[in-house]
Design a protein around this ligand. Structure first.
Ligand code: MN
Length: 207
């Protein structure tokens, strides 16, 4: 594989909330770039070839002991960048379900309801200093947690399964929103697909 998976929708499908120019450069350049660098790091280390990208991230802190620091960082940053964007494209859709569904809806109700959840998640994304992501994850005890992580640090390396994610690197919004991260986040909720999030939740429960 040399090319990342194409988007399941057109580059302009999330307009006006996420613009076509951003989607093109984000998917074709940033995401592809993470993948290319991740692949190069794996190919330079034959012992990694048997592992999927998710497995590399899951085992990252164990692998660290046997790898040069530069390789560890290449896997962490580019492996994270590769996998995280796969999640990001998947949980957005032009014709998705905009409110939690199924069991995830019940869980979010238990966390105080959708409005409260949305507000708390937005605050995490807003307050992430510099580049990073806000995450809703299923933890090792099968409980939901939310937090933000810097850069491409991965919930997988904490042994948490990503359910929902928002990219707050400037490349995700700067062309359209410049410094207005809050406006980007407000609009991002208009393209979230909770049917996809529910699928991820069900899959994570079975892991
Ligand atoms: Mn990104």
């Amino acid at each position: 594989m040399s090319k990342i998976k194409p988007l399941a929708y057109s580059y302009d499908a999330l307009e006006p909330f996420i613009d076509e120019a951003t989607m093109r450069v984000h998917h074709d350049k940033h995401h592809q770039g993470y993948f290319d660098k991740f692949k190069a790091a794996v190919e330079a280390n034959p012992e990694l070839k048997e592992l999927s990208a998710e497995e590399v991230l899951w085992q990252l802190e164990d692998l660290k002991k046997d790898l040069p620091e530069a390789t560890y960082l290449a896997l962490k940053n580019n492996g994270g960048g590769y996998i995280h964007h796969n999640v990001f494209w998947e949980i957005m859709s032009p014709d998705g379900v905009r409110e939690p569904q199924g069991e995830l809806r019940e869980m979010i109700r238990g966390m105080g309801g959708f409005d409260k959840f949305k507000q708390a998640f937005t605050q995490l994304a807003l307050k992430q200093f510099g580049s990073g992501w806000a995450w809703l994850v299923l933890d090792e005890n099968k409980n939901l947690q939310m937090y933000s992580l810097p850069n491409q640090d991965s919930p997988l390396s904490l042994h948490h399964q990503p359910i929902l994610a928002v990219d707050v690197w400037e490349h995700a919004y700067y062309l359209k929103y410049q410094n207005k991260r809050a406006e980007y986040l407000e609009n991002w909720w208009q393209v979230v697909d909770f049917a996809a999030a529910e699928k991820r939740y069900q899959a994570a429960l079975k892991q």
